[in-house]
Ligand binder design. Structure first.
Ligand code: ATP
Ligand code: ZN
Length: 225
């Protein structure tokens, strides 16, 4: 059971952000045993509980005030923010620090043989993505109309499977695109991991602990620069 007096931090359970998130908390001096496959891990030496969840759940947990802090990719955070706004909500949170890991870009990619001459070429085509709101914001700004094909995985196979004309997906090296006969044609969003805090009043003790953690994180990141 979670104890309200303890600081709750949400991090990705397993995936591209989890090792770096775990290392960051460890370097802040938080002693936790994350080896067990548990949802909640309790810090041994500080009043902190770590919630280990899918990254997609982290922005909502912070925006809903269920956890105090979250470590999340800006791409997922911004997508959730736009999604909630489009549903008429006004979600709030504070960004405490951009972190120095989880770097990637959200890009448009077309089949290699597509004669891409600029984003206008995508007008009225179908684009497969897991980020419909970030994509829509970008293409709206350019005045481009598109149809989306929402996929939460295997986005890169959509053109070959005949599901879409192009894709909008995360890229780091480009190897996955190449392996699927695609080329990156436009970067629409650059992302890194960040540390966010829920909006609203924070108990004095918890805020003092957050401030201490933030000072340590600052030190850790500066030491690496
Ligand atoms: P989960 O099971 O938690 O939902 P996932 O499969 O959605 O995980 P991961 O692939 O682990 O997510 O990626 C998590 C985050 O890592 C991304 O949202 C992004 O911020 C960051 N990231 C960094 N590099 C890459 C990359 N090359 N491809 C995808 N994500 C990347
Ligand atoms: Zn995810």
């Amino acid at each position: 059971m979670l104890d309200k007096a303890r600081l709750r931090i949400a991090m990705q359970k397993s995936g591209r952000l989890s090792d770096d998130s775990r290392a960051l908390l460890a370097r802040c001096g938080i002693k936790i045993n994350l080896n067990q496959q548990r949802l909640i891990a309790y810090a041994e030496n500080m009043p902190i509980d770590i919630l280990r969840v899918r990254d997609d759940d982290i922005p909502g947990l912070v925006m809903d005030g269920v956890v105090d802090l979250g470590i999340i990719g800006e791409n997922v955070l911004e997508e959730e923010l736009l999604k909630r706004r489009s549903q008429g909500e006004n979600p709030n949170y504070l960004t405490l620090r951009r972190l120095d890991f989880g770097g990637c870009r959200l890009s448009l990619a077309t089949p290699v043989d597509f004669d891409y001459q600029g984003v206008e070429c995508l007008n009225n085509t179908r684009i497969a993505t897991s980020y419909p709101n970030l994509l829509k914001r970008y293409l709206d700004q350019k005045g481009i109309k598109f149809k989306s094909c929402l996929l939460n995985g295997s986005v890169e196979v959509a053109p070959r499977a005949g599901l879409a004309d192009s894709i909008c997906d995360l890229v780091s090296t480009g190897a996955t695109l190449e392996a699927n006969g695609l080329k990156e044609v436009e970067v629409i969003y650059r992302s890194k991991a960040c540390l966010i805090q829920r909006d609203g009043d924070m108990e004095t003790d918890k805020q003092a602990l957050i401030d201490r953690l933030l000072t340590r994180i600052q030190g850790v990141i500066q030491a690496r620069e």
